[in-house]
Design a protein around this ligand. Structure first.
Ligand SMILES: [Zn+2]
Length: 227
């Protein structure tokens, strides 16, 4: 430890750098590195949008994590500036392609969630707008945004369950949230073996929010923009 420059150990870079993948509830996958060369905790955003937090060797990873959490806004702004994260709309993937994929995937997912949790809706329509991820009318018609094809599955399911819950409660009052939290807890426990769901469950388990699933999922969703 505390290698001075020129110390022969420094050449053996692999012995002196340890790495660990951390899943941040908002930012997603982050690489934590402990390095003998580092003198302070730092955050770097690589080209392509991956996030690296480096801590000196004598600092525990947990300090890197809390530093990252205190700088989330900065990181998100930096990601938006580089356009890295939100550029995951693959080139050549037109709105038409997204719409076709959305039509192939979302109505049947909505159907199976509705059947599982006992919801009856009227009609589902795939929409393209920049104002919402989904909506539910008083007539029981559900609209889903084709942008949902750009977000991970747990977030898609969150939106679908959110709109289904509106069939019982048209507002966002406590009854709406109580029911939605119950559904999310059940649905996520069904998928607890799948990595993208695990990351959310982990964040939910440490959340002190009143509606932890909604809280964590809304934050995660902010990483994506409607285009
Ligand atoms: Zn709503």
């Amino acid at each position: 430890m505390g290698d001075a420059p020129g110390n022969p150990r420094e050449k053996c870079i692999f012995a002196d750098v340890k790495e660990k993948v951390h899943i941040d509830a908002v930012l997603g996958e982050v690489l934590l590195r402990r390095s003998t060369r580092a003198r302070r905790v730092s955050i770097r955003i690589r080209r392509g949008g991956s996030i690296v937090v480096t801590v000196p060797f004598w600092v525990p990873y947990a300090m890197g994590v809390s530093f990252l959490e205190s700088r989330r806004e900065w990181v998100q702004e930096a990601l938006e500036r580089t356009g890295a994260r939100n550029a995951d709309l693959p080139e050549g993937e037109s709105v038409d392609t997204l719409r076709a994929r959305a039509k192939a995937v979302l109505p049947s997912r909505l159907r199976s969630l509705a059947d599982r949790y006992g919801f009856k809706y009227n009609r589902v329509t795939i929409k393209h707008n920049v104002s919402n991820w989904g909506s539910c009318s008083t007539k029981g018609n559900i609209n889903l945004n084709l942008n949902l094809m750009r977000v991970p599955e747990p977030l898609q399911d969150y939106i679908l369950l959110h709109e289904l819950t509106h069939l019982h409660h048209s507002n966002h009052g406590p009854k709406f949230h109580d029911e939605l939290e119950r559904l999310l807890a059940d649905h996520f426990s069904q998928h607890a073996e799948e990595e993208p769901f695990q990351a959310i469950i982990l964040a939910v388990n440490t959340s002190r929010a009143r509606y932890p699933f909604t809280h964590v999922l809304e934050k995660a969703l902010k990483e994506y923009r409607l285009v």
